[in-house]
Write a protein that binds this ligand. Structure first.
Ligand SMILES: *Cc1c(COP(=O)(O)O)cnc(C)c1O
Ligand code: SF4
Length: 371
């Protein structure tokens, strides 16, 4: 089709049970014509990652962490990829010069404690090249943890060799987030890959994307999460599909994710329940979305409901004026937390018609008392 790249590892192709759209694995890796039907509200970079890149390839959006695009290559191109603008468009890996620029930026920003090595898929780099990246990041003392985001354990588990694990161990603490979307992806091979990583001391998390016709059923996500914890992978995030070009046919209504979360809570251990998040357009970042558990609130009681529909009044402490939380606050740039903590009284949108009108008329002064 010429627009988006295609690659499927032989191993991943072997998981296809039926070569048609009823097969979840088929849907996730074989292109469909529907990828070309883009409603106008989709864009190639809905998360505006390109606007938060102080160094090309380094996304610094959240205060204490940054994401590094270390390669644009993947071993299998997911049809639902959120970085379709990057993945496989040109096959490039991070250069020495870029890596130096990244390290320089991290040194200037000691508030960054966590670097996520992403892509593309960083485990498509040779072990030597990946080691260069990790070794460079480890030169920065303020970088405490390094995370790797990779789908390789799912699509190319044979890549998780003892050699690779031995290299990773040298750069601990290393965390890995992988990307299982469907229980069919948990096979003896992918389980073995996760075991090797876990045995190398790498804590494993999983980030799934909710995909229509693939995994948008509560029982499928339940099965997936149960199987993940059994192979020592902690379900971390369940993502609402991004508003990215080429994935409209996979999008589900937001309510579907909430329904699934409603179904999971109570039925599954908290250890097996991911956080459902919407990575919002306009660079708003990830926002967790939950069913509503707080039914009502008064100064003395909070009414909660559990998954069974039981209503419980939770009494507040008797001397209700609790001590203020002791955490630093930047009132020059208040966040919602500052409002809750009483450090600040309001946050105004920069451009609201009513507020701009107010500003235009503010010379009038207060109304006379007799008005
Ligand atoms: C998701 C993401 C992170 C990591 O967020 P966590 O909630 O800590 O997992 C960091 N930077 C960017 C740009 C991201 O999209
Ligand atoms: S592995 Fe990740 S970056 Fe690569 S195509 Fe899949 S979702 Fe996109």
């Amino acid at each position: 089709m010429g627009k988006y790249p295609l690659a499927i590892t032989p191993y991943y192709a072997s998981l296809i049970r039926r070569a048609d759209k009823t097969d979840p694995i088929f849907q996730m890796c074989v292109p469909q014509l529907a990828e070309l039907n883009d409603p106008p509200f989709l864009s190639s970079d809905p998360l505006e990652e390109c606007h938060d890149m102080p160094v090309p390839g380094l996304v610094h959006r959240y205060p204490d962490r940054a994401l590094l695009i270390a390669t644009t290559t993947c071993s299998t191109y997911c049809r639902h990829c959120t970085r379709k603008r990057v993945a496989g468009t040109r096959e490039t890996t991070i250069s020495k010069r870029r890596l130096e620029q990244t390290v320089a930026y991290l040194r200037e920003h000691p508030e960054i404690h966590d670097v996520i090595v992403s892509g593309g898929d960083p485990l498509t780099l040779s072990t030597e090249h990946l080691e260069e990246v990790l070794a460079s990041l480890r030169q920065v003392p303020s970088v405490q943890i390094i995370r790797i985001g990779t789908r390789v354990p799912v699509v190319l588990p044979q890549r998780i060799t003892e050699d690779l694990c031995a290299m990773l161990r040298k750069y601990h603490p290393i965390w890995i987030n992988t990307h299982f979307n469907h229980p069919y992806e948990i096979t003896p091979e992918s389980s073995e890959a996760c075991t090797r990583l876990a045995d190398a001391g790498v804590p494993l998390g999983n980030q799934s994307v909710l995909l229509r016709g693939v995994n948008d059923q509560p029982q499928i996500i339940e099965q997936l999460c149960r199987k993940l914890v059994s192979i020592r992978v902690r379900p971390y995030y369940l993502y609402q599909c991004d508003l990215v070009r080429g994935v409209e046919h996979f999008r589900t209504p937001l309510s579907r994710g909430i329904e699934i979360m409603e179904y999971l809570r109570g039925r599954l251990s908290g250890l097996a329940i991911p956080t459902f998040v919407v990575d919002t357009p306009h660079g708003g970042g990830k926002i967790p979305v939950l069913p509503t558990y707080v039914v009502s609130q008064s100064p003395t009681q909070t009414v909660l409901r559990n998954y069974e529909g039981m209503l419980i009044a939770y009494p507040e402490p008797q001397d209700r004026i609790a001590e203020p939380v002791d955490a630093p606050s930047d009132v020059s740039a208040p966040s919602v937390w500052d409002l809750a903590a009483g450090h600040h009284s309001h946050i105004k949108p920069a451009q609201a018609t009513r507020l701009m009108r107010r500003e235009a008329h503010c010379s009038v002064g207060p109304l006379p008392e007799t008005f």
